[in-house]
Design a protein around this ligand. Sequence first.
Ligand SMILES: [Zn+2]
Length: 130
Amino acid sequence: MKICPECKDVIMYCKCMEEMEEQSQKDILDKLIKFVDDNSFIHPVTIKWFDLYSRILTNPKSIENNSNDGNIVVSYGNSRPKIPSIRFTGPLLIRLSVFKEHINHAYEIGKIREVDKYLRNLKDDQWVKF
Ligand SMILES: [Zn+2]
């Protein structure tokens, strides 16, 4: 049996690793929000935001790539996502706040690492900026 160096409890029962994991995910969230703000990003370009929304943030019923026009068609059936829809029109600040809600949602569903990686791999011209 292994003993945790932090709480001296048996590893099987201690929560230290879980808490550390939780902490580091919160850390990723905070740094990602700062990354977006520091770069004056508003949200990813249409296709990338849609990709993020459909593949990472939610579990749609089906995703179809339309090879004719390159659009992704996402179907949720009867279960609509709990997060606000993507907005490509309207005031920039509202679009930014919707995007940040999506980032927070990713954290809540335990996908912040994936989203962090996805967003940091976007090129500069794949962002809409202030
Ligand atoms: Zn422990």
